[in-house]
Design a binder for this molecule. Structure first.
Ligand code: NAP
Length: 342
């Protein structure tokens, strides 16, 4: 089959039960009809309900599965989790079994357990989710170079800070799934030079910044995992097919990324997090020593961060980089989440 944009994308199920379910399901059906096969699922999404919906669809997707990372499920053997997963989604074969959050230390034993699942022939590939480079390297080594894929948050804003992960994966033939390529686009503000570049691209190609963000991941050979809430959005994405091999646009978007990298700052008034049903606004804050110690301590306790935390020192201060604000340590600050997304 020739490569179209549809078969370079992965549809996510994290938001499957948000809003209009029927419209979201229409997207899955159309995606399948168009030759789209990859879908991303997890045991924790809507407490298994999204898996049941996938089962009902009765289509032969290639499925990315992620077992629960919740502490309450810690004691359940991986094989049992895997079998339950297959039962819930109705798939006899799972294409990718990927850890969800690396809140457990990576040990030889755990890696061996994961590899063992492949022996049952109902699992094709194994992978690691939300891991730091050193964890990816460790897993790769323990698995005797049998790490098939990683799933990380990847978009035009945080690409630069994950370059080392990407080059390691490229060198070792590890597939990269990059989730949330679009999500942050609406929260960003740009400097004049970036705005000019965006305007120029938009005018020449009749695409918007959301399209640009998605194309960026594709041009970097990452498989973007996206949430598409209706057919209108899906059809808009499909129109990008004609740009897939456009080298000039690719160059222009890469130039834009270089410019964005330096300057873009989220408008704290436009983003908030829900904590105990309270909307918590993000505000600019300078990380002090104690807060940094807390983050470091968290890493020590869990032997890894819940999400890779990328801190950047700017002058005397540290700032948390894009997308990493969900790290547990920041919730634990027990006050307003104060951070800035560069
Ligand atoms: N492994 C992990 O830890 C992990 C973490 C997160 C996600 N994931 C996977 O990745 C999948 C996708 O994540 P995601 O939902 O963050 O990806 P995404 O598609 O980059 O982001 C979706 C968000 O972007 C907005 N959006 C998309 N298209 C838009 C458009 N044309 N105009 C305006 N807004 C637009 C959506 O708005 P609306 O609300 O209006 O739709 C939604 O808020 C998830 O379903 C899940 O499968 C995995």
């Amino acid at each position: 089959m020739s490569q179209t944009i549809v078969n370079r994308l992965c549809l996510g199920t994290g938001d499957l039960l948000k809003g209009n379910l029927k419209e979201r399901i229409d997207v899955f059906r159309k995606f399948y009809l168009d030759g789209g096969r990859l879908i991303d699922t997890a045991r924790t999404y809507h407490d298994g309900k999204s898996l049941r919906i996938i089962k009902k669809l009765n289509l032969k997707f290639n499925i990315i599965a992620k077992p629960s990372y919740f502490i309450k499920d810690d004691k359940i053997p991986l094989k049992k989790k895997f079998d339950e997963y297959k039962r819930l989604c109705g798939y006899k074969t799972i294409d990718f079994f990927i850890t969800h959050w690396p809140n457990e230390a990576i040990s030889k034993k755990k890696v061996k357990n994961l590899i063992k699942l492949k022996k049952y022939r109902s699992l094709k590939n194994i992978g690691l989710g939300n891991a730091r480079l050193d964890e990816i390297k460790k897993f790769h080594k323990f698995s005797n170079k049998n790490l098939n894929a990683v799933e990380i948050e990847l978009n035009i804003f945080n690409f630069y800070f994950q370059k080392k992960i990407l080059s390691f994966c490229k060198k070792n033939n590890i597939k990269v799934f990059g989730y949330s390529p679009i999500r942050w686009s609406k929260y960003k503000s740009f400097n004049n030079k970036s705005l000019k570049l965006i305007k120029k691209i938009s005018k020449s190609y009749k695409i918007d910044f959301i399209d640009i963000s998605l194309l960026f991941s594709l041009y970097k050979n990452i498989i973007p995992i996206i949430s598409v809430k209706n057919l209108q959005r899906y059809n808009k994405i499909k129109k990008l097919d004609k740009f897939i091999d456009n080298k000039i646009l690719k160059k222009e978007i890469f130039n834009l990324e270089k410019e964005i990298r330096k300057i873009e700052i989220v408008d704290p008034n436009k983003i908030w997090y829900l904590i105990n049903n309270n909307k918590v606004k993000l505000e600019n804050i300078n990380f002090n020593f104690d807060e940094l110690e807390m983050i470091k301590n968290e890493i020590k306790i869990h032997k890894s961060a819940l999400k890779p935390i990328l801190l950047k020192k700017k002058g005397r201060f540290y700032r948390v980089l894009d997308g990493k604000i969900r790290c547990k340590a920041l919730y634990d600050l027990k006050k307003k989440i104060n951070c800035i997304i560069l």
